[in-house]
Design a protein around this ligand. Sequence first.
Ligand code: NAP
Ligand code: GFB
Length: 321
Amino acid sequence: MKKVLVTGGTGLVGKALQDVIKNEQPSDEEWFFAGSKDADLTNLVATQALFEKVKPTHVIHLAAMVGGLFHNMNNNLDFLRNNLLINDHVLQTAHELGCTKVVSCLSTCIFPDKTSYPIDETMVHNGPPHASNYGYSYAKRLIDIQNHAYHDKYGHLYTSVIPCNIFGPHDNYKPDVSHVIPGMINRMHKLRTEQPDMPETEKVFTVYGSGKPLRQFIYSLDLAKLMIWVLRNYNSVEPIVLSVDESAEVTIYEVAEAIAKAFNFKGKLICDTSKADGQYKKTASNAKLRSLLPDFKFTDFKEAIEASVLWYTTNYDQARN
Ligand code: NAP
Ligand code: GFB
């Protein structure tokens, strides 16, 4: 019987894993989804107590200080310190407990800012990350170094996945910390519900930045299925990119249009270029994933946006606003 501990099990990706596992009901696996209430993983004693309680054989390590461009820009030191602490405590405690496998999470935003495209798994350490999120990026890159160090010394199967931008139900919609999609969903919902007597055609939705940057977005439920596959079948220490195809890349403005359509918004979209754009692009290749899982089908972006907007408007009171 596998005992799987999911750290960060109460967030966007954690909740998607919960949904997939609930539907699958695997008979040979027991899953435990931990949030910060179960243990503050920046605290080693709390981390050890959680592992002692759950006694996992496998770990999906999602827990992290996570946020969008603007949150990162203003908090690089906290992103660096909190994530370094969390990652060291989880990996060292997993070692001391003799866990069979740990799958941790990097991000396509940690790659070198000056690089050729598409980026792939071999390029993680080839130069400094974008200035906006160097704290988060270096903490995440060190997970790969830690994984190799535990493998070199003890032969542990500690590996990592590198998702592109993720979105879906149960996201973090708090305006000052959110990523672009939950940030826009939160603001579009406010715009639509406030000033009900104002004709919607006169309402104006603001896209932060130029709207020109390019992003790949993966639906959280698709990522969850891929991470479960990695846990069960991917046995290399080397990271693997879990991203939609390069051809699925969209501009931030196209994201706004898709969200406006999902809300049936009849007003105008304008770009506020006084706000930062962040990285222009971080186009990642999913060739390694495709070579291992050639038939995996990603959810259509616009359908996933529709589903995410519907979840938000239906669950507004429970959402992290
Ligand atoms: P999220 O929604 O912000 O959830 C973060 C999770 O980590 C929550 O369960 C949170 O617990 C937990 N957590 C945070 N600080 C903690 C602490 N000190 N001790 C214990 N638990 C703590 O984040 P997410 O989007 O699901 O991200 C999951 C993973 O994917 C992260 O490693 C992130 O770096 C990575 N990732 C995310 C994206 C993206 O676009 N979202 C892209 C690439 C990679 P509470 O619920 O109790 O706060
Ligand atoms: O998801 P996001 O905040 O982060 O996207 P990154 C930022 C892009 O979306 C910028 C534009 O071009 C913003 O100008 N944008 C437009 C908005 N409207 C909004 C809005 O309402 N909210 C936000 N947040 N952006 C992050 C990294 O980069 O990628 C993190 O900083 C993390 O470390 C994440 O890894 C996955 O995609 O630019």
